[in-house]
Design a protein around this ligand. Structure first.
Ligand SMILES: [Zn+2]
Length: 211
């Protein structure tokens, strides 16, 4: 069994870089973080950037897109996702695709209903994915400069681990709980910051009324 793993890893490394192929993912190590960390980070950015005074439906629809864009680089599509760490995680390709979002602003209804600030926040959420992935302790980094450079961004933190096979294991539960704790705390801080901003706005407006 151990020999099989070594053989598998030899297939997936070229010049010390991970070269993963869709149809034969290494089953001993999925090498991805869960969607929890990305989704909570997307929601944190939403909490900090979304305007006030919209309807619940508006927040639900727009908020879902923060989760969507936070996870786009990992979508299980052929030639995409973690089977191709350098393509879907390239800042150049991301910038190109995200710029298409800006085209939507040419539509008057979209511009009015969604607006430029939300599109910028969606784009920031999309880019946050690469930063978060680079912090995982497999240390292989992310090929963010594809196709112009092979350089990999690697900012590993010891407590961030990737998932392993099989899915149900103590290790994966620990990975899930660590992400939930760290990024849940981040979301809580962002909610606190937003609530402080709101109380400051209310205080300022009541002072204006008293003058
Ligand atoms: Zn990823």
């Amino acid at each position: 069994m151990a020999t099989a793993r070594i053989e598998t890893s030899q297939h997936f490394y070229l010049d010390r870089r991970p070269v993963l192929v869709d149809s034969v993912l290494p089953r001993d190590n999925l090498r991805i973080m869960t969607t929890v960390g990305h989704s909570l980070t997307g929601l944190s950015i939403a909490v900090l950037t979304l305007p006030r005074g919209k309807t619940l439906l508006w927040y639900l629809v727009v908020g879902h897109f923060f989760v969507f864009f936070a996870n786009v680089p990992d979508f299980p599509l052929s030639g995409w996702g973690h089977s191709s760490y350098h393509i879907s995680h390239s800042i150049f390709l991301t910038a190109l695709l995200a710029s298409l979002l800006a085209v939507l602003l040419l539509l008057p209804r979209f511009s009015e209903q969604v607006g430029r600030k939300v599109v910028i926040a969606w784009t920031a959420t999309w880019f946050s994915h690469m930063l978060l992935d680079s912090m995982y302790n497999h240390g292989q980094g992310i090929g963010i400069f594809w196709p112009f450079s092979d350089a990999h961004l690697t900012l590993p933190l010891p407590w961030f681990e990737t998932l392993t096979w099989p899915p149900k294991s103590d290790h994966n539960l620990r990975v899930f709980l660590i992400e939930l704790s760290v990024y849940g705390a981040l979301l809580a801080v962002c909610l606190f910051v937003r609530s402080r901003r709101k109380s400051r706005i209310i205080t300022n407006s009541s002072e204006v009324h008293h003058q």
